[in-house]
Write a protein that binds this ligand. Structure first.
Ligand code: COA
Length: 155
């Protein structure tokens, strides 16, 4: 795993105060296309989803900040004994600047502080080349597993 190469990038746990920005990032067209559920999410559904995520000990939702400005989110969903799925999204305004691999690498480092040796997998929709490149640059390796149009990468 690469060290995070952006000293300004920091991570903090998400809270209910992030409701608006998380919904905005989730409903962005590129983020919807990348998701398993491509439908636009409504405010009430999103609020209930966020409350459930924040209350779930098997999920960790983190906000990446650059100079204290929220720029993206990373989520870990526990799949089993020391196994997690990672998902990531950047605010549309900061995409294409090479920030994603720093955010991913920093989040995995943080996960490993609480769960040493944890295996992490990313499920990336075929054709989402930016996401595939971002995970590979953050040290993920493509596996042979492909599920319903999603490629699995492992770290
Ligand atoms: C996926 C995402 C996090 C990537 O972040 P990003 O800032 O756009 O990507 P980066 O600038 O870090 O670039 C990542 C790589 O993709 C490449 N890239 C950028 N735009 C690209 C494009 N349109 N097509 C193919 N590759 C592209 C970059 O050159 C870079 O490659 P490199 O590692 O070889 O230099 C971001 O686009 C995003 O939030 N997308 C919507 C949600 C999403 O798709 N999440 C992933 C779900 S698995």
């Amino acid at each position: 795993m690469l060290p995070a190469d952006s000293p300004e990038m920091t991570l903090r746990p998400a809270s209910e105060a992030d409701t608006g920005r998380l919904l905005e990032w989730r409903n962005d067209p590129d983020a919807r296309t990348a998701s398993r559920n491509i439908a636009e999410v409504g405010a009430a559904e999103h609020t209930a989803w966020l409350a459930a995520v924040l209350a779930d000990p098997n999920r960790q939702l983190l906000i990446g900040e650059l100079d204290d400005k929220p720029v993206g989110q990373v989520r870990f969903d526990r799949l089993g004994e020391n196994r997690y799925e990672i998902s990531v999204a950047l605010a549309p305004a900061v995409r294409g600047q090479g920030l994603s691999s720093s955010l991913i690498a920093l989040a995995v480092e943080k996960l490993h502080e609480s769960s040493p040796g944890a295996k992490v997998e990313a499920h990336v929709r075929e054709g989402n080349d930016r996401s595939l490149a971002a995970f590979r640059r953050a040290g993920f390796q493509p596996s042979d597993t492909e599920m319903d149009g999603f490629q699995v990468l492992m770290a």
